[in-house]
Design a protein around this ligand. Sequence first.
Ligand code: PAF
Length: 283
Amino acid sequence: MTDVIKTISEVKSRLDDYRRQAGKKVALVPTMGFFHVGHLSLMRTARQDCGLVVVSIFVNPAQFAPTEDLEAYPRDLARDLELAGRENIDLVFSPDPAEMYPEGFDTYIDPSHINDTLCGQGRPGHFRGVATIVAKLFNIISPDRAYFGQKDAQQAAVIRRMVKDLDYDIDIRVCPIVREFDGLAMSSRNAYLTADERAQAPVLHQALLAAREAVAHGERDASKIRRLMRRTIGQNYLVEFEYARIVDPETMESVAVLDREALAAVAATVGKARLIDNLMIAP
Ligand code: PAF
């Protein structure tokens, strides 16, 4: 089983020792735990790239609105440590909320324009919480590289922007979405789905494939493609549509005409699970 460290001072001193001894490249894989194959694939990529791999497990209260699923969010630290051990992860950093947000904590990182669309609209304050915790993890671990999943494409864009804007010397790697056999993007929140909901959830991916197909057949009008994705998702009575957009993959701004590669992104609520998915589509 991988070592688990709970305090900032201990993880910093352990990493200082490692760096002094070995001069290895340090990778950080930030997670909220309850690992699935998507997390493991980030760990495997990090393991191949870097001499020392740190995985953080922290269900970050600052990125959940009071109405969201912070309490219910699935957790299983013992299983996560077992899986991290099998992936040869060197250190797991799993602090308590009071370690990361001690009394009096009052400083946040607030992404601006990139926050105005997609999940930023539906989840106000979410990316402020994400950027703040990721910045704290970057400051604590000082990784050379950090690994994120493409499923959270807007999160990856927020972090890339933050790294540029705040001059972090960290290489951000975004790894491909890992899917179930029927196309459903892997997510810890899939654990909330009942059997009926699980059967309908792949419709998000089907909507994205329909968008790609329409573009392959010559459609360039983003509003038509958006409507197609919306119609596809709306065919399922257990799936509550939230958005379907075509955006620039860096700025997340809407694209009107598909004259270059763009990101098709969708979100919907299925039972208790809010699900997101995306696909790059090129004319
Ligand atoms: O993608 C996640 O699991 C979280 O948003 C992250 C990056 C670990 C920050 O809490």
